[in-house]
Design a protein around this ligand. Structure first.
Ligand SMILES: NC(=O)C1=CN([C@@H]2O[C@H](COP(=O)(O)OP(=O)(O)OC[C@H]3O[C@@H](n4cnc5c(N)ncnc54)[C@H](OP(=O)(O)O)[C@@H]3O)[C@@H](O)[C@H]2O)C=CC1
Ligand SMILES: O=C(O)C1=N[C@H](C(=O)O)C[C@H](O)C1
Length: 250
């Protein structure tokens, strides 16, 4: 069987360099290009890439994806910064290239995907839910894409269950003290030397709390998800948001 021809964008970055190695080590893939900020996107077409793994920055991702979709190159995207507006723009490009697939994965690690799933299940059963994400100090954005997605899923689950708004009688003396408000769910971002990527979902009810915590201790935690995304996206035309759609999570 022929190998999947894969390119990595953001190849010198923290996660991009790990992805380069993971693709090189995968027996069913061939790394055909490893691009940095100043490389021409035409390398993607001249190298015959079938799938681009996009691990750059929120300011670069849209230009890169526009090129990929216009040239029928599938994409697996880990880069953050996804607003409703950006998703709609990407969806519009994909309509002009209906056989091309793009996976956007707020988090590639299985534990983080499960954290989101568990939080979604638990959220309607508790009066209060808050999300705390903790990352290394070089992270480009806050809060993390994972935390925003987790909060959206929590809010969605609570709306579907008809949950009451969360009680919060605090009068804040300093702006930001209660974190960011994502659809009514408070999200707090910690940046600390020594950390990599971590998240806690704290749920509180009468006389009890439940904490769902996930820790990515090394960038290798993201690689099985990246490779799964590459293998599956070629048969998944259109936009897929979340790695859970490529996992059998029930
Ligand atoms: N979904 C997931 O599971 C994960 C997602 N991420 C996300 O991935 C992104 C990257 O994170 P991280 O690796 O830590 O960041 P880094 O800053 O370490 O890496 C980003 C890399 O992309 C390069 N780059 C920027 N623009 C372009 C471009 N147009 N073409 C090619 N390369 C480009 C940068 O080059 P230069 O330095 O020259 O600017 C840099 O080498 C972030 O959005 C992060 O949140 C991270 C980990 C896991
Ligand atoms: O920048 C990071 O490091 C990470 N970014 C992603 C996010 O914002 O959710 C995924 C993971 O948290 C690591």
């Amino acid at each position: 069987m022929s190998k999947l021809r894969v390119a990595v964008l953001g190849a010198k970055g923290r996660i991009g360099s790990a992805a380069v190695k993971a693709v090189e080590d995968a027996e069913d893939m061939e790394l055909v290009a490893a691009l940095g900020r100043h490389d021409s996107l035409d390398v993607l077409t001249s190298s015959g890439a079938q799938v681009a793994v996009e691990l750059t920055t929120p300011d670069s991702v849209m230009t890169n994806l526009e090129y990929c979709v216009a040239n029928g190159i599938h994409a697996v995207v880990g880069t953050t910064g996804w607003s409703e507006e950006r998703l709609a723009t990407l969806d519009g490009w994909l309509k002009t290239s209906p056989s091309t697939g793009v996976l956007i994965a707020p988090n590639f690690s299985i534990g983080a995907v499960l954290t989101m799933k568990f939080a979604q299940i638990a959220a309607p059963y508790f009066e209060s839910v808050e999300v705390v994400e903790l990352h290394h100090p070089h992270k480009v954005d806050a809060p993390s894409g994972t935390a925003q997605r987790t909060a959206q899923l929590i809010a969605e689950a609570r709306r579907a269950a008809g949950s009451a708004p969360m009680p919060d009688a605090t009068a804040t003396a300093l702006e930001g003290a209660r974190g960011a408000d994502v659809e009514g769910v408070p999200v707090h971002a910690i940046r600390l030397r020594g950390l990599l990527a971590h998240q806690e979902v704290l749920l509180g009810g009468e006389g009890e709390t439940l904490t769902v915590r996930h820790d990515s201790l090394h960038h290798s935690s993201f690689m099985p998800g990246v490779l799964l995304g590459v293998r599956r996206v070629v048969d998944a035309p259109g936009l897929t948001f979340g790695l859970e759609h490529f996992l059998d999570l029930g």
